[in-house]
Write a protein of this length. Structure first.
Length: 395
């Protein structure tokens, strides 16, 4: 089980179902392993908007990395903190490029190795080293607390940095220096701006206009980069409100983070993302898919079959409907409270960029025409209630 933003239990055991996310649109912000996310969501029926907000760049040829490697060989640390599997593997790969990999592993043979989580522990063992301790929370802060409890005065501690040299990441290590440790760091990769800033701007706009059903985050720097892009475009309040950071706290766009570390920048701004119990990419995909299956924008049982309304599409009796934005907006409003009569004034407020009642009549006419053309008995689903408005016919 995992937890929704409102605390409702959600099953994560669904088999891969090509109709599970039919009609849903999901934003993917990750650079590394994005292909896996995209393939899984599309195989479950979703459309994906891919906009990497940052990109991971290995720094194999970096002079600082080479110097840190030679220093570790010449003067092995008493303690090594491995924060990421990709980081340790990248470090050994960079050392190998300079013929130093065997010397590095040999130098660390007697070093007490701490792993930030199971994936880091697996990389430690794959390198031929042994971990002395693993952080249950998968957070660097727990490793720091563990070391402080053990005592670090006069000991050399080498930390493989997680991602970029963010000030927050360095600040949490300062407690070790303050306690008397000889603190050193090694960075194996860094975060760089995205290759396509225009795609990020498009994702910001899609969030602000609530034209996504969900957006995923797999790294804290990626989440920060999206929030900064939204601020630059002057749309941060809209983006936060769409993800549930507004007064209502109810998200129109489900925000899903792979773990608490990734979720932290969002929580600081009042957004409570969906987070799987296991901080893994596979768990994120299952958790979000199950949540979206159970919680569409609107759902109704009609004489023509089950109607599910998503951000950019509607699905009637298992068939994705091709609807214009105005027609979709009317259908979404009517489906939110199936059977209730919605006045023309209500529907006018629901229509994007509409200015008069005639726009409502046009949108309803187009909706009926599309339903008639695309679904058996679909044209009769929107009823006119004389002098009152319109309603969705329900079974």
């Amino acid at each position: 089980m995992s937890t929704t933003p409102t605390g409702t239990p959600t099953s994560t055991t669904s088999e891969l179902d090509p109709t599970q996310l039919l009609g849903a649109t999901i934003g993917v912000t990750s650079h590394r392993r994005s292909d896996e996310l995209i393939a899984t969501f599309t195989r479950r029926g979703a459309d994906v908007v891919h906009a990497p907000t940052m990109r991971i760049v290995p720094i194999t040829e970096d002079a600082d990395l080479l110097a840190a490697t030679r220093a570790a060989i010449a003067d092995p640390p008493d303690v090594l903190v491995v924060t990421t599997a990709i980081g340790l593997r990248g470090w050994l790969s960079a050392a190998e490029a300079h013929g130093l990999d065997e010397a590095l592993v040999a130098a660390l043979a007697d070093t007490r190795v701490l792993a930030r989580g199971p994936k880091a522990r697996g990389a430690v063992r794959a390198a031929g080293l042994s971990e002395a301790w693993t952080a249950a929370s998968e957070q660097t802060a727990e490793a720091v607390e563990h070391l402080l409890a053990q005592g670090v005065a006069g000991r050399s501690v080498l930390v493989q940095l997680h991602g970029a040299h963010t000030q927050g990441a360095l600040d949490e290590l300062e407690a070790l220096r303050a306690a008397g440790a000889d603190l050193r760091t090694v960075a194996v990769y860094r975060w760089e701006p995205p290759d396509d800033p225009g795609a990020v701007d498009g994702l910001v706009d899609a969030l602000a206009t609530r034209s996504l059903d969900a957006v995923t985050f797999t790294a804290a720097p990626g989440a920060v980069a999206l929030l900064e892009a939204a601020e630059r475009r002057g749309r941060l309040p809209e983006v936060l409100a769409a993800m549930g950071g507004g007064a209502s706290g109810r998200p129109d766009v489900v925000c899903c983070a792979v773990g608490d570390v990734t979720a932290a920048p969002l929580r600081e701004l009042g957004v409570e993302p969906l987070v799987p119990e296991r901080w893994r990419l596979g768990a994120l995909m299952r958790c979000l898919s199950a949540h979206l299956e159970v919680h569409p924008r609107a759902r109704a049982t009609t004489p023509a079959g089950e109607l599910v309304v998503r951000a950019r599409a509607a699905v009637l009796d298992g068939r994705v409907l091709d609807l214009a934005p105005g027609a979709l907006a009317v259908l979404a409003h009517l489906a939110a409270e199936p059977g209730r009569v919605a006045s023309r004034t209500e529907l006018l407020r629901a229509l994007p960029a509409a200015t008069d009642g005639h726009a409502v009549e046009v949108a309803v006419a187009r909706l009926r025409s599309s339903l008639t053309a695309q679904a058996p008995s679909g044209g009769a689903l929107v009823r006119t209630v004389v002098k009152r408005g319109y309603a969705l016919d329900v079974a």
